[in-house]
Design a protein around this ligand. Structure first.
Ligand code: NAP
Length: 253
């Protein structure tokens, strides 16, 4: 067990990639706190993990993050690993993106990283092997159409990891991003439904529209993303910081 008794907080831990990351970390002995807005989703994942704590919160709300992290510390002690995974992925032509949709996407995908990283920072710096891993996206390093707020927010997410990696390079804390291509989760389920509704295509055609970006022509599995996140969390990965690790079937950036 390479993370025995290490306390890891996973945002968006109630579904998809976050749930897979929580399972991968728990399998290495980590104690988990799961953060998200839907308590029932968090409880369902926590039920599969020994001793997992749930701390419902909207990660875009600093006061809620502070309260959730206080409850996390009360349950499992100082936080050594922070996984910034919560995210939203609306799609629309740029001309039709509302200011509200722009702000919501920035709030969840980028402002929340500021809140969570800063709220956990004293613990992360005190830990023998503090780790921040942000689940960004291939959209953090290249452009895609019809999803401008998402692309901009994910570029910002990688930028923040690079800034923190540089600022804290003289400490044991590392900060990295993992960048999945299209992955088989609810977010992609919503994108498929959106394509079907707007274009009249079948579900298979809509999935093919998304997997055309991946040279392996398939959706990534959440467990594959979780393996990359786990690797970055291990004490032995201490030399890897400020990186954006692609998990995208060979999609060239
Ligand atoms: P998902 O199952 O929809 O997960 C998103 C999670 O974020 C949910 O558990 C959701 O929980 C949580 N969340 C959303 N808004 C939140 C808020 N304001 N406060 C707290 N939690 C919030 O989809 P996923 O694919 O696993 O997404 C996880 C991450 O992977 C996201 O950052 C996404 O951008 C990234 N990603 C996904 C793909 C893909 O193709 N699936 C590709 C690249 C990157 P609640 O609704 O309960 O709050």
């Amino acid at each position: 067990m390479r993370l025995e008794h290490v306390h890891a907080v996973v945002t968006g831990g109630g579904s998809g990639i976050g749930a897979a990351v929580a399972q991968a970390l728990a399998a290495e002995g980590a104690r988990l706190t799961l953060v998200g807005r839907r308590r029932d989703a968090l409880d369902a994942v926590a039920a599969t993990l020994p001793g997992a704590h749930v701390a419902p919160a909207d990660v875009a709300d600093r006061a809620a993050v502070d309260a959730a992290f206080a409850s996390a510390r009360a349950a499992h002690g100082p936080i050594s690993i922070l996984i910034n995974n919560a995210g939203v992925a609306p799609s629309a032509p740029f001309a039709r993106v509302t200011a509200e949709a722009w702000r919501t996407t920035m709030a969840v995908n980028l402002d929340a990283l500021f809140h969570c990283c800063q709220a956990a920072l004293p613990d992360l710096l005190a830990a023998p092997a503090g780790r921040i891993v942000t689940v960004a996206s291939t959209a953090g390093v290249k452009g895609y159409g019809y999803t401008a707020p998402y692309v901009a927010s994910k570029h910002g997410a990688i930028g923040l990891m690079r800034a923190l990696a540089t600022e804290f390079a003289a400490t044991p804390l590392t900060a990295n991003a993992v960048c999945p291509g299209f992955t088989d989760t609810d977010i992609v389920g919503q994108a498929v439904a959106n394509i079907q509704a707007k274009t009249g295509r079948s579900a298979d055609e809509a999935i093919a529209e998304l997997t055309r970006y991946n040279p392996q022509k398939r959706l990534i599995e959440p467990a594959e993303v979780a393996e990359a996140v786990l690797w970055l969390c291990l004490p032995a990965s201490r030399s890897v910081t400020g990186q954006a690790v692609m998990v995208a079937g060979g999609e060239v950036m």
